[in-house]
Design a protein around this ligand. Sequence first.
Ligand code: N01
Length: 515
Amino acid sequence: MGKEVLVLEASADVGGVWHHNGYPGARCDVESYDYSYSFSPELEQEWRWSERYATQPEILRYIHHVVERFDLRRDIRFNTRMRSARYDEEQALWLITAEDGAQWQARYLLMCVGQLSTTKAPSFAGQEKFTGRIIHSGLWPKEPVSFAGKRVGIIGTGSSGMQMTPIIAQQAEHLTVFQRTPNYSIASANAPVSDEEDQRVKASYRARREQAWNSPSGLGFMPNKQSALQATPQEREQVYEAAWNRLGFGFALAYYDILLDQAANDTAADFIRRKIAALVKDPVVRDKLTPRGHPFGARRPSVDSGYFQAFNRANVELADVREAPIVEFTATGLRTQAKHHELDMVIFATGFDAFTGSLLKPEIVGRGGMALREKWAQGPVTQLGVAVADFPNLFIVVGPGSPSLLSNVLVSTEEQIDWLAQLLRHMDDSGALEFEATHAAERDWVAHVNQRARETLYLSTDSYYNGAEVAGKPRVFMPYSGGVRGYRRLLQNCVARGYEGFELRNQPLGTRSTP
Ligand code: N01
């Protein structure tokens, strides 16, 4: 588009979460061909994925390839964290200041800071006394970490904890998994990508993309039009078995009402519980690993490679910290209400301050001295998940109020960036200098996001979708649950109606004389 662009990157290299989450077993649970950029047919054709679900090193290699291929590195300033951004109302420019004091002025500010990039770790009593090593899954060291001969503890059983457990179990002398909430997980149907499959996908890649763009979550799976409650138990068993054996996340769409209706969900949750039961030998451990009391999918489920089976190993122990919470760290391990665990290393797989953590870290100040932290004190407020009233020319990518973490984020990112590019072109053509969401549109959008969430089971349990992962965080539903296809339609409608819900101004509001 001929724009001058500068990317500020807090880390020393590209990759975002794939740069930081180098823990053993990290891999994507969206299929590789779908978890990739669609903007360049040449890129699509030349990249060869080796597995159906790519590992973290392979995804990082892909990201590096994209950066080199499109010569993006020259526009990126590494080791540069934005400290603040202040909007100059008269000039319609953002004044951006980095932690090192460097400053820039920019017409547009795009926040691409990620939804799961601010790690969150509890601080336990006595943690400073521990003489072993503590590592957070989301800040994994760049040098290899050896588990050989070590007694390792993992705190947390979300996707990160579940992915690393079977790998560390194989390498460590002893592994203790500290579980607070058992998680649903679908067995990964991972497999190497054959040359035939690669050729087949590449011969009709556009059709595959169309399918992803038109599916609810950008994964290419269309929901079964039937209700789980209309099928006979035998039919359901067959449908669930087929979904379990191949679909990963797509399991949630085996019937259209699994995420909408508690009774329908019960049938899916019950199937998964029976699968877990068949995988775990010890009846006590099996019982503790079994998720109950929240619907399948209302918290983010995992797609695992041998998580439950790892507990059949003699060197793996499950510590139920809901039943017997962690009391303190000691010099040689940690103590729960049940017993002391001797440990050489503790991994915090305790997650992130999701959706808003990284957006609210820098001080972003818009029109009239309004700070984003102040504006979002009761929860994030946006128009269409892309922009915020009082913050002209600020664009949020895959943030709250958009499909975001309820979708394939590659699809959602491209969907929003294409829309933004169209907006900027329109502004260039019409001489507009400012775009800004209106307060009325924001109110309507937040109401719509909440309405869509109420039609689902997402509100029926605590999760990072609704701010429950951080004490004191506003308890509001963060992502848009209306799906990527529906969301794209809303973005398009907004354009067709002359950027409805936004004001586009040729003269910045701040330069107009007040009556
Ligand atoms: O984090 P989480 P994650 N004491 O928040 C527990 C993406 N991802 O890093 O549920 C004891 O899911 C906490 O327990 P509870 C994906 O979107 C993707 O695993 O709060 N336990 C929970 O078990 C995923 O959803 C891939 O009771 C404590 C765990 O820590 C997101 O990242 C791979 C505790 C945190 O689970 C986050 O996943 C990996 C405490 N004080 C991750 N505090 C892909 O495949 C927290 N916990 C693409």
